[in-house]
Write a protein that binds this ligand. Structure first.
Ligand code: SF4
Ligand code: SF4
Length: 427
Protein backbone atom coordinates (compact mmCIF):
# COMPACT_ATOMS: atom_id res chain seq x y z
CA UNK A 1 0.00 0.00 0.00
CA UNK A 2 1.36 3.43 -0.90
CA UNK A 3 0.29 6.57 0.92
CA UNK A 4 1.40 9.65 -0.96
CA UNK A 5 1.95 12.62 1.24
CA UNK A 6 -0.23 15.65 0.68
CA UNK A 7 2.79 17.93 0.72
CA UNK A 8 5.38 17.11 -1.91
CA UNK A 9 8.37 17.37 0.40
CA UNK A 10 7.32 14.60 2.81
CA UNK A 11 8.30 11.05 1.90
CA UNK A 12 5.51 8.82 0.53
CA UNK A 13 4.74 5.99 2.95
CA UNK A 14 4.97 2.51 1.47
CA UNK A 15 3.90 -0.48 3.55
CA UNK A 16 4.55 -4.21 3.34
CA UNK A 17 1.58 -6.46 2.59
CA UNK A 18 0.35 -8.14 5.75
CA UNK A 19 -1.04 -11.65 5.68
CA UNK A 20 -4.83 -11.66 5.59
CA UNK A 21 -7.44 -14.43 5.37
CA UNK A 22 -7.48 -14.12 1.59
CA UNK A 23 -3.82 -15.30 1.52
CA UNK A 24 -4.32 -18.37 3.70
CA UNK A 25 -5.50 -20.65 0.92
CA UNK A 26 -2.47 -22.31 -0.68
CA UNK A 27 -2.51 -23.74 -4.21
CA UNK A 28 -0.52 -26.98 -4.40
CA UNK A 29 1.16 -27.08 -7.81
CA UNK A 30 1.00 -30.63 -9.26
CA UNK A 31 4.31 -32.24 -10.15
CA UNK A 32 5.56 -31.24 -13.60
CA UNK A 33 6.75 -33.83 -16.15
CA UNK A 34 10.33 -32.71 -15.69
CA UNK A 35 12.26 -30.43 -13.38
CA UNK A 36 15.53 -28.47 -13.62
CA UNK A 37 17.98 -28.00 -10.78
CA UNK A 38 20.68 -25.34 -10.78
CA UNK A 39 23.76 -26.28 -8.74
CA UNK A 40 26.33 -23.55 -7.96
CA UNK A 41 29.39 -23.61 -10.23
CA UNK A 42 29.78 -24.28 -13.97
CA UNK A 43 29.63 -27.77 -15.44
CA UNK A 44 32.95 -28.83 -16.80
CA UNK A 45 32.60 -32.02 -18.88
CA UNK A 46 36.28 -32.78 -18.17
CA UNK A 47 35.68 -33.02 -14.41
CA UNK A 48 35.10 -36.30 -12.63
CA UNK A 49 31.33 -36.45 -12.12
CA UNK A 50 29.20 -38.22 -9.56
CA UNK A 51 26.10 -37.93 -11.70
CA UNK A 52 25.46 -38.82 -15.32
CA UNK A 53 22.62 -38.88 -17.82
CA UNK A 54 20.44 -41.96 -17.36
CA UNK A 55 21.01 -42.19 -13.56
CA UNK A 56 17.85 -42.76 -11.54
CA UNK A 57 17.41 -40.58 -8.45
CA UNK A 58 15.09 -40.67 -5.45
CA UNK A 59 13.26 -37.87 -3.69
CA UNK A 60 15.55 -36.26 -1.08
CA UNK A 61 18.72 -37.72 -2.61
CA UNK A 62 21.82 -35.56 -2.47
CA UNK A 63 23.05 -34.76 -6.00
CA UNK A 64 26.64 -33.51 -6.18
CA UNK A 65 27.54 -33.25 -9.86
CA UNK A 66 31.30 -32.84 -9.32
CA UNK A 67 33.83 -34.57 -7.10
CA UNK A 68 35.88 -31.36 -7.10
CA UNK A 69 33.27 -29.02 -5.61
CA UNK A 70 31.17 -29.04 -2.43
CA UNK A 71 28.05 -27.66 -4.17
CA UNK A 72 25.04 -29.93 -4.30
CA UNK A 73 21.29 -30.00 -4.82
CA UNK A 74 18.68 -32.21 -3.22
CA UNK A 75 16.52 -34.07 -5.71
CA UNK A 76 12.94 -32.89 -5.13
CA UNK A 77 11.49 -35.79 -7.16
CA UNK A 78 12.02 -39.42 -8.09
CA UNK A 79 13.06 -39.82 -11.72
CA UNK A 80 15.79 -40.11 -14.35
CA UNK A 81 18.53 -37.60 -15.11
CA UNK A 82 18.13 -36.55 -18.75
CA UNK A 83 20.82 -33.89 -19.12
CA UNK A 84 23.65 -32.13 -17.31
CA UNK A 85 24.94 -28.87 -18.76
CA UNK A 86 26.30 -25.43 -17.92
CA UNK A 87 23.92 -22.52 -17.34
CA UNK A 88 24.85 -18.82 -17.28
CA UNK A 89 22.85 -16.82 -14.74
CA UNK A 90 22.79 -13.17 -13.68
CA UNK A 91 25.90 -11.13 -12.99
CA UNK A 92 28.42 -13.67 -14.26
CA UNK A 93 27.13 -16.51 -12.10
CA UNK A 94 27.44 -20.01 -13.56
CA UNK A 95 25.51 -23.12 -12.59
CA UNK A 96 25.43 -26.79 -13.45
CA UNK A 97 21.90 -27.46 -14.74
CA UNK A 98 20.55 -30.94 -14.02
CA UNK A 99 17.28 -31.96 -15.74
CA UNK A 100 15.23 -34.83 -14.34
CA UNK A 101 12.21 -36.58 -15.89
CA UNK A 102 9.73 -37.16 -13.07
CA UNK A 103 8.58 -40.73 -12.44
CA UNK A 104 4.98 -41.64 -11.44
CA UNK A 105 6.22 -43.74 -8.52
CA UNK A 106 7.83 -41.75 -5.75
CA UNK A 107 10.61 -43.31 -3.64
CA UNK A 108 12.33 -41.52 -0.76
CA UNK A 109 16.07 -41.63 -0.25
CA UNK A 110 17.07 -42.73 3.27
CA UNK A 111 20.63 -41.35 3.60
CA UNK A 112 19.55 -38.31 5.59
CA UNK A 113 17.25 -40.39 7.79
CA UNK A 114 20.28 -42.46 8.83
CA UNK A 115 22.55 -39.42 9.26
CA UNK A 116 20.12 -37.25 11.23
CA UNK A 117 20.36 -39.34 14.40
CA UNK A 118 23.27 -36.99 15.09
CA UNK A 119 22.15 -33.37 15.41
CA UNK A 120 25.39 -31.74 14.32
CA UNK A 121 26.57 -28.92 12.08
CA UNK A 122 28.44 -31.28 9.68
CA UNK A 123 25.28 -33.36 9.14
CA UNK A 124 23.23 -30.22 8.51
CA UNK A 125 25.90 -28.82 6.16
CA UNK A 126 26.08 -32.10 4.31
CA UNK A 127 22.34 -32.31 3.55
CA UNK A 128 20.38 -29.17 4.44
CA UNK A 129 21.93 -26.04 2.91
CA UNK A 130 19.45 -26.19 -0.01
CA UNK A 131 16.32 -26.37 2.15
CA UNK A 132 13.31 -24.31 1.07
CA UNK A 133 14.21 -20.76 2.17
CA UNK A 134 17.96 -21.65 1.94
CA UNK A 135 19.97 -22.26 5.10
CA UNK A 136 23.24 -20.23 5.18
CA UNK A 137 25.25 -22.69 7.27
CA UNK A 138 28.55 -21.60 5.72
CA UNK A 139 28.62 -18.72 8.22
CA UNK A 140 28.81 -21.04 11.21
CA UNK A 141 32.33 -22.36 10.99
CA UNK A 142 34.30 -19.24 10.26
CA UNK A 143 36.62 -18.71 13.23
CA UNK A 144 37.59 -15.23 11.97
CA UNK A 145 33.98 -14.07 11.94
CA UNK A 146 32.16 -15.95 14.71
CA UNK A 147 28.37 -15.63 14.72
CA UNK A 148 26.86 -14.69 18.09
CA UNK A 149 23.30 -13.71 17.07
CA UNK A 150 20.81 -15.31 14.69
CA UNK A 151 17.89 -13.28 13.38
CA UNK A 152 15.01 -15.34 12.04
CA UNK A 153 13.16 -13.41 9.46
CA UNK A 154 9.43 -13.81 10.00
CA UNK A 155 8.46 -11.24 7.39
CA UNK A 156 9.48 -10.66 3.80
CA UNK A 157 11.97 -8.21 2.39
CA UNK A 158 9.83 -6.97 -0.51
CA UNK A 159 6.37 -5.56 -1.06
CA UNK A 160 3.34 -7.79 -1.87
CA UNK A 161 5.17 -10.89 -0.54
CA UNK A 162 3.70 -12.86 2.39
CA UNK A 163 5.66 -16.13 2.15
CA UNK A 164 7.46 -16.01 5.51
CA UNK A 165 4.52 -14.46 7.33
CA UNK A 166 2.51 -17.54 6.34
CA UNK A 167 5.20 -19.83 7.75
CA UNK A 168 5.20 -17.96 11.07
CA UNK A 169 1.43 -18.15 11.27
CA UNK A 170 0.95 -21.77 10.24
CA UNK A 171 4.07 -23.77 11.20
CA UNK A 172 4.76 -22.83 14.81
CA UNK A 173 5.76 -26.37 15.87
CA UNK A 174 8.27 -26.77 13.01
CA UNK A 175 9.68 -23.32 13.79
CA UNK A 176 10.01 -24.12 17.48
CA UNK A 177 11.78 -27.39 16.69
CA UNK A 178 13.97 -25.65 14.07
CA UNK A 179 15.04 -22.99 16.59
CA UNK A 180 16.05 -25.74 19.05
CA UNK A 181 18.08 -27.53 16.34
CA UNK A 182 19.66 -24.26 15.20
CA UNK A 183 20.77 -23.52 18.74
CA UNK A 184 22.21 -27.05 19.04
CA UNK A 185 24.16 -27.10 15.77
CA UNK A 186 25.41 -23.50 15.83
CA UNK A 187 26.03 -23.06 19.55
CA UNK A 188 24.44 -19.61 19.26
CA UNK A 189 22.18 -18.81 22.23
CA UNK A 190 21.00 -15.38 21.16
CA UNK A 191 18.24 -16.08 18.66
CA UNK A 192 15.78 -13.34 17.70
CA UNK A 193 12.64 -13.77 15.64
CA UNK A 194 11.79 -10.51 13.86
CA UNK A 195 8.16 -10.36 12.76
CA UNK A 196 5.75 -7.68 11.57
CA UNK A 197 3.88 -5.97 14.43
CA UNK A 198 0.50 -7.59 14.06
CA UNK A 199 1.89 -11.06 14.64
CA UNK A 200 3.57 -10.38 17.96
CA UNK A 201 1.11 -12.22 20.20
CA UNK A 202 1.34 -15.95 20.82
CA UNK A 203 5.04 -16.58 20.21
CA UNK A 204 6.32 -16.35 23.79
CA UNK A 205 7.05 -20.11 23.86
CA UNK A 206 8.86 -20.25 20.49
CA UNK A 207 12.38 -20.41 21.95
CA UNK A 208 13.58 -17.09 20.54
CA UNK A 209 13.35 -13.48 21.62
CA UNK A 210 10.47 -12.05 19.56
CA UNK A 211 10.94 -8.52 18.22
CA UNK A 212 8.63 -6.32 16.25
CA UNK A 213 9.54 -4.93 12.81
CA UNK A 214 7.63 -1.85 11.60
CA UNK A 215 5.52 -2.37 8.49
CA UNK A 216 6.89 0.62 6.64
CA UNK A 217 9.15 -0.30 3.71
CA UNK A 218 12.14 -1.02 3.90
CA UNK A 219 12.04 -1.82 7.67
CA UNK A 220 12.42 -5.58 6.97
CA UNK A 221 15.66 -5.10 5.03
CA UNK A 222 18.42 -6.84 7.09
CA UNK A 223 20.47 -3.62 7.30
CA UNK A 224 17.44 -1.77 8.67
CA UNK A 225 16.69 -4.55 11.18
CA UNK A 226 20.32 -4.32 12.29
CA UNK A 227 19.95 -0.58 12.88
CA UNK A 228 16.39 -0.26 14.19
CA UNK A 229 15.98 -3.54 16.07
CA UNK A 230 19.51 -4.46 17.15
CA UNK A 231 20.84 -0.91 17.42
CA UNK A 232 23.90 -1.70 15.30
CA UNK A 233 25.02 0.05 12.14
CA UNK A 234 26.64 -2.15 9.49
CA UNK A 235 29.56 -0.12 8.06
CA UNK A 236 29.51 0.57 4.30
CA UNK A 237 30.65 -2.40 2.24
CA UNK A 238 30.29 -4.85 5.15
CA UNK A 239 27.60 -7.44 5.88
CA UNK A 240 25.74 -8.26 9.11
CA UNK A 241 27.82 -11.46 9.40
CA UNK A 242 30.93 -9.28 9.77
CA UNK A 243 29.32 -8.04 13.01
CA UNK A 244 28.45 -11.58 14.14
CA UNK A 245 24.77 -11.51 13.09
CA UNK A 246 23.33 -14.09 10.69
CA UNK A 247 19.88 -13.73 9.09
CA UNK A 248 17.85 -16.86 8.28
CA UNK A 249 14.34 -17.03 6.83
CA UNK A 250 11.50 -18.46 8.92
CA UNK A 251 10.85 -20.92 6.08
CA UNK A 252 14.39 -22.36 6.30
CA UNK A 253 14.16 -22.69 10.08
CA UNK A 254 10.77 -24.47 9.86
CA UNK A 255 12.20 -26.77 7.16
CA UNK A 256 15.20 -27.53 9.41
CA UNK A 257 12.85 -28.47 12.25
CA UNK A 258 10.73 -30.65 9.96
CA UNK A 259 13.81 -32.38 8.46
CA UNK A 260 15.20 -33.49 11.82
CA UNK A 261 11.78 -34.36 13.21
CA UNK A 262 10.72 -36.55 10.27
CA UNK A 263 14.08 -37.76 8.93
CA UNK A 264 13.07 -36.44 5.51
CA UNK A 265 14.37 -33.39 3.65
CA UNK A 266 11.55 -30.97 2.68
CA UNK A 267 11.58 -30.37 -1.09
CA UNK A 268 8.60 -28.05 -1.72
CA UNK A 269 8.94 -24.28 -1.82
CA UNK A 270 6.30 -21.82 -0.70
CA UNK A 271 6.03 -18.70 -2.85
CA UNK A 272 3.84 -15.65 -3.32
CA UNK A 273 2.76 -15.37 -6.96
CA UNK A 274 1.67 -11.88 -8.02
CA UNK A 275 -0.43 -11.91 -11.20
CA UNK A 276 -0.83 -9.24 -13.86
CA UNK A 277 -3.62 -7.48 -11.93
CA UNK A 278 -1.56 -7.44 -8.70
CA UNK A 279 -3.51 -10.28 -7.02
CA UNK A 280 -1.37 -12.33 -4.64
CA UNK A 281 -1.60 -16.11 -4.29
CA UNK A 282 0.49 -18.38 -2.10
CA UNK A 283 1.56 -21.55 -3.91
CA UNK A 284 3.62 -24.59 -2.99
CA UNK A 285 5.71 -26.27 -5.71
CA UNK A 286 8.61 -28.69 -5.80
CA UNK A 287 11.97 -26.96 -6.06
CA UNK A 288 13.05 -27.18 -9.72
CA UNK A 289 9.52 -26.77 -11.12
CA UNK A 290 9.65 -24.63 -14.30
CA UNK A 291 7.85 -21.36 -13.60
CA UNK A 292 5.74 -21.82 -16.77
CA UNK A 293 4.13 -24.84 -15.07
CA UNK A 294 3.09 -22.63 -12.14
CA UNK A 295 1.57 -20.04 -14.48
CA UNK A 296 -0.28 -22.77 -16.40
CA UNK A 297 -1.71 -24.19 -13.17
CA UNK A 298 -2.86 -20.75 -12.00
CA UNK A 299 -4.32 -19.91 -15.43
CA UNK A 300 -1.92 -17.00 -15.97
CA UNK A 301 -1.36 -16.50 -19.70
CA UNK A 302 1.89 -14.97 -20.81
CA UNK A 303 2.05 -12.81 -23.92
CA UNK A 304 5.08 -11.66 -25.81
CA UNK A 305 6.89 -8.84 -23.98
CA UNK A 306 5.21 -9.52 -20.61
CA UNK A 307 7.86 -9.51 -17.92
CA UNK A 308 8.55 -12.33 -15.43
CA UNK A 309 10.21 -11.23 -12.21
CA UNK A 310 11.79 -13.45 -9.56
CA UNK A 311 11.22 -11.67 -6.27
CA UNK A 312 9.06 -8.69 -5.42
CA UNK A 313 8.37 -5.41 -7.22
CA UNK A 314 11.13 -3.36 -5.56
CA UNK A 315 14.13 -5.68 -5.60
CA UNK A 316 13.19 -8.60 -7.89
CA UNK A 317 15.09 -9.41 -11.09
CA UNK A 318 13.51 -10.29 -14.42
CA UNK A 319 14.21 -13.63 -16.07
CA UNK A 320 14.02 -14.23 -19.79
CA UNK A 321 12.98 -17.88 -19.82
CA UNK A 322 9.69 -19.45 -18.74
CA UNK A 323 11.67 -22.64 -18.11
CA UNK A 324 13.59 -21.00 -15.27
CA UNK A 325 13.14 -23.23 -12.22
CA UNK A 326 11.89 -22.52 -8.72
CA UNK A 327 15.02 -22.15 -6.59
CA UNK A 328 15.38 -22.83 -2.83
CA UNK A 329 15.29 -19.06 -2.21
CA UNK A 330 12.51 -18.07 -4.64
CA UNK A 331 10.08 -16.36 -2.29
CA UNK A 332 8.04 -14.56 -4.94
CA UNK A 333 7.21 -14.67 -8.61
CA UNK A 334 5.60 -11.77 -10.47
CA UNK A 335 4.18 -11.24 -13.93
CA UNK A 336 3.90 -7.76 -15.33
CA UNK A 337 1.67 -7.15 -18.31
CA UNK A 338 3.61 -5.55 -21.16
CA UNK A 339 1.29 -2.53 -20.96
CA UNK A 340 2.09 -2.00 -17.27
CA UNK A 341 5.88 -2.32 -17.38
CA UNK A 342 7.38 0.92 -16.06
CA UNK A 343 8.94 2.69 -18.95
CA UNK A 344 12.71 3.14 -18.56
CA UNK A 345 13.84 6.28 -20.33
CA UNK A 346 17.14 7.81 -21.26
CA UNK A 347 16.04 11.15 -19.81
CA UNK A 348 18.78 12.77 -17.80
CA UNK A 349 18.61 13.43 -14.07
CA UNK A 350 16.65 16.65 -13.51
CA UNK A 351 18.05 17.09 -10.00
CA UNK A 352 14.60 16.98 -8.42
CA UNK A 353 15.94 15.36 -5.21
CA UNK A 354 13.09 12.80 -4.89
CA UNK A 355 15.61 9.95 -4.63
CA UNK A 356 17.62 11.67 -1.90
CA UNK A 357 14.50 12.39 0.15
CA UNK A 358 13.38 8.76 0.08
CA UNK A 359 16.77 7.01 0.47
CA UNK A 360 16.86 5.45 3.97
CA UNK A 361 20.63 5.86 4.18
CA UNK A 362 20.85 9.43 2.80
CA UNK A 363 23.06 8.72 -0.22
CA UNK A 364 23.57 11.73 -2.56
CA UNK A 365 21.97 9.75 -5.37
CA UNK A 366 21.66 12.67 -7.79
CA UNK A 367 25.46 12.81 -7.84
CA UNK A 368 26.02 9.06 -7.58
CA UNK A 369 23.86 8.37 -10.63
CA UNK A 370 25.99 10.61 -12.85
CA UNK A 371 29.08 8.54 -12.11
CA UNK A 372 27.20 5.26 -12.46
CA UNK A 373 25.77 6.23 -15.85
CA UNK A 374 29.27 7.10 -17.03
CA UNK A 375 30.66 3.77 -15.74
CA UNK A 376 32.95 5.54 -13.23
CA UNK A 377 32.36 2.98 -10.52
CA UNK A 378 35.44 3.61 -8.40
CA UNK A 379 34.63 7.32 -8.06
CA UNK A 380 31.02 6.36 -7.25
CA UNK A 381 32.30 4.15 -4.42
CA UNK A 382 34.99 6.55 -3.14
CA UNK A 383 33.09 9.83 -3.33
CA UNK A 384 29.35 9.10 -3.39
CA UNK A 385 28.72 6.27 -0.96
CA UNK A 386 27.94 3.45 -3.40
CA UNK A 387 28.65 0.82 -0.74
CA UNK A 388 26.27 2.38 1.80
CA UNK A 389 23.35 1.41 -0.44
CA UNK A 390 21.17 -1.27 1.20
CA UNK A 391 19.51 -2.14 -2.15
CA UNK A 392 15.91 -1.25 -1.29
CA UNK A 393 15.02 0.04 -4.79
CA UNK A 394 13.14 3.11 -3.52
CA UNK A 395 15.22 5.55 -5.58
CA UNK A 396 14.27 3.88 -8.89
CA UNK A 397 10.65 3.76 -7.77
CA UNK A 398 10.36 7.53 -7.26
CA UNK A 399 12.65 8.83 -10.01
CA UNK A 400 10.54 10.95 -12.42
CA UNK A 401 13.15 10.47 -15.16
CA UNK A 402 12.74 6.69 -14.76
CA UNK A 403 16.48 6.18 -14.42
CA UNK A 404 17.12 2.55 -13.42
CA UNK A 405 19.28 3.69 -10.48
CA UNK A 406 18.93 0.48 -8.48
CA UNK A 407 20.03 -1.66 -11.44
CA UNK A 408 22.99 0.69 -12.03
CA UNK A 409 23.98 0.27 -8.37
CA UNK A 410 23.84 -3.53 -8.55
CA UNK A 411 25.86 -3.56 -11.75
CA UNK A 412 28.48 -1.21 -10.27
CA UNK A 413 28.89 -3.36 -7.14
CA UNK A 414 29.20 -6.48 -9.30
CA UNK A 415 31.79 -4.89 -11.59
CA UNK A 416 33.87 -3.58 -8.68
CA UNK A 417 33.63 -7.00 -6.97
CA UNK A 418 34.93 -8.63 -10.15
CA UNK A 419 37.86 -6.21 -10.44
CA UNK A 420 38.76 -6.67 -6.74
CA UNK A 421 38.64 -10.49 -7.02
CA UNK A 422 40.86 -10.38 -10.13
CA UNK A 423 43.35 -8.12 -8.32
CA UNK A 424 43.41 -10.40 -5.26
CA UNK A 425 43.92 -13.46 -7.50
CA UNK A 426 46.94 -11.84 -9.17
CA UNK A 427 48.48 -10.70 -5.89
S1 SF4 B 1 18.48 1.44 -3.49
FE1 SF4 B 1 18.47 3.67 -3.74
S2 SF4 B 1 17.10 4.41 -2.10
FE2 SF4 B 1 17.68 2.31 -1.55
S3 SF4 B 1 19.48 2.53 -0.24
FE3 SF4 B 1 20.23 2.26 -2.33
S4 SF4 B 1 20.51 4.33 -3.10
FE4 SF4 B 1 19.19 4.51 -1.27
S1 SF4 C 1 14.94 11.18 -8.59
FE1 SF4 C 1 15.90 10.83 -10.58
S2 SF4 C 1 15.77 12.83 -11.60
FE2 SF4 C 1 15.39 13.23 -9.41
S3 SF4 C 1 17.44 13.72 -8.55
FE3 SF4 C 1 17.14 11.52 -8.31
S4 SF4 C 1 18.08 10.59 -10.13
FE4 SF4 C 1 17.75 12.79 -10.58
Amino acid sequence: MIRKSFFGFVKPRIEYALLSDQHLNIVEIPDPKSINLLVDGPFNPGEATLLKEGDTVKTGQKLAPSTEKDAYAISPVTGTVTSISSYAGDFGKFYTAVSIDVSDQEEFDDQFETACVETTLPVARNYLTQLPGKLPLNFFNDSEKPINTIVIYGGDNDLLVTTNQYIVKSRTDDLKHGIRILNQISDVDHIIMAIPGEFLQGYGHIGAEVKNVPIEYPAANPFMIMKDTLGRIVPAGRQSEDLGVCFITAEAVAALGSAFQNGQIPVSKLMTVVGKNGDQQLVSARIGTPISHIFDTLGITLSEKDRIILGGPMTGASVWSEDYPVMPDTSALMVQDKEMIPYVSDYPCINCGECIRICPVYIPINMLVRFLEAGHYEEAADQYDLYSCIECGLCSFVCPSKIPIFQFIRLAKYELGRVNSAEEAHG
